[in-house]
Design a protein around this ligand. Structure first.
Ligand SMILES: Cc1cc2nc3c(=O)[nH]c(=O)nc-3n(C[C@H](O)[C@H](O)[C@H](O)COP(=O)(O)OP(=O)(O)OC[C@H]3O[C@@H](n4cnc5c(N)ncnc54)[C@H](O)[C@@H]3O)c2cc1C
Length: 335
């Protein structure tokens, strides 16, 4: 059981900034994210795009902003449970919350802050009837740990950055064999990555099959072969240890919709006094909440996080008086 002061559901920019603001109040945080890395939409959707409306940064790349936020949070030693989705919570007799993830990891704290953005990014799955039989038994939609593929035969499907980048990475000394299958000849990914894949295919480091798609999967207990429909070769069977269909992720509110929170159009209703939800002790900040005048902007989420932790502090220490001190006066003293 991981114990902390605030469990933060979602390690996007608002969840990360919560760690800093909570740390100033000497509250410890643990972040849980369904994705294998921190950063939320900024890392998953647009890491190389410049953002122009972060106060004090005339221009900053989304990926760089996440790096800065990680650095800013570091003195407060946040814990991370990554690659696991928060599924359910229960309340203990002493008024704490126990949050359980998709992999059964348990987290306990007196306060839960939901910073779940647009929700969980669910993989777009190819329409293959028995695909669920092999999920986590040779078929994975997200690369959680590249070392998992060490010395393995890996087939990747997709034409975007994720498929291209992982093909390049895994073919560089990680996997024994990498095959990239894409249903067209043109790729949607970054031109640099496309060129790298073409070069690696020409030198035999990657097997490239274009105008082809996976139409079937087989194996006893674990994935063993996939069936490919190829324009040039017809139906062929390929032996493999893993198939990674990387067709992108689309966000869904997911299990949070069943937490008994007041929901309006896929967003959690909050009181703007402290961004509390209708369940005492559970707060919601950032893109996932809604209130009159709500703007889904990073800077608004930062403001919400700042006010929210003040309320969380009072909830955890009802008898303590907190006096706001500027960081310029007190500095930043970590744990
Ligand atoms: C292309 C694009 C450009 C943008 N440009 C700007 C801009 O210029 N300026 C600006 O201010 N905003 C911009 N935005 C919006 C900005 O990205 C969001 O406002 C911001 O990401 C919200 O941060 P967040 O921390 O609330 O949520 P997110 O960044 O969405 O992070 C939420 C995290 O919660 C996780 N999660 C959700 N549910 C669960 C669960 N049940 N269990 C575990 N984890 C869960 C998700 O996996 C995700 O990682 C842009 C958005 C896009 C898509």
């Amino acid at each position: 059981m991981i114990e902390t002061d605030i469990i933060i559901v979602g390690a996007g920019p608002c969840g990360l900034f919560t760690v800093f603001e909570a740390g100033l109040l000497k509250l410890r945080c643990h972040l849980i994210d369904a994705l294998p890395q921190a950063g939320g939409q900024l890392t998953e959707i647009y890491p190389k795009k410049p953002i122009y409306d972060i106060p004090g940064f005339p221009e900053v790349l989304a990926g760089d902003l996440i790096e800065h936020l990680m650095k800013q949070a570091a003195p407060f030693k946040p814990g991370f449970t990554l690659g696991e989705r928060c599924e359910s919570f229960e309340k203990t007799d002493d008024g704490q919350f126990i949050v359980k993830t998709s992999r059964g990891t348990l987290h306990k704290a007196p306060v839960v802050a939901i910073a779940g953005g647009l929700g969980c990014f669910e993989p777009r799955k190819p329409p293959i009837g028995n695909i669920a039989d092999y999920e986590d038994k040779g078929i994975e939609y997200i690369v959680r740990d590249p070392n998992f593929y060490q010395g393995k035969r890996v087939i990747i499907s997709g034409g975007g950055d994720s498929a291209l980048d992982w093909s390049i990475f895994l073919a560089n000394g990680v996997a024994k064999e990498v095959t990239l299958i894409h249903r067209s000849k043109s790729f949607r990914g970054h031109p640099d990555s496309v060129q790298k894949v073409l070069d690696m295919a020409a030198s035999g480091k990657i097997k490239l099959l274009t105008d082809a798609e996976v139409v079937g999967v087989q194996g006893s207990g674990h994935l063993e072969t996939i069936e490919v429909d190829s324009q040039s070769e017809g139906k062929i069977s390929l032996a493999t240890d893993h198939w990674l269909p990387l067709f992108g992720l689309s966000p869904k509110l997911g299990p949070l919709a069943d937490w008994g929170l007041n929901i309006d159009k896929n967003s959690i209703e909050v009181n703007t006094y402290d961004y509390s939800t209708n369940v005492p002790g559970i707060y919601a900040i950032g893109d996932i909440n809604t209130y009159p005048g709500k703007l889904k902007l990073i800077l608004c989420g930062f403001h919400e996080a700042t006010l929210m932790v003040q309320s969380a502090f009072k909830r955890i220490y009802p008898d303590k008086n907190y006096v706001l001190k500027y960081t310029t006066v007190n500095g930043v003293t970590g744990f």
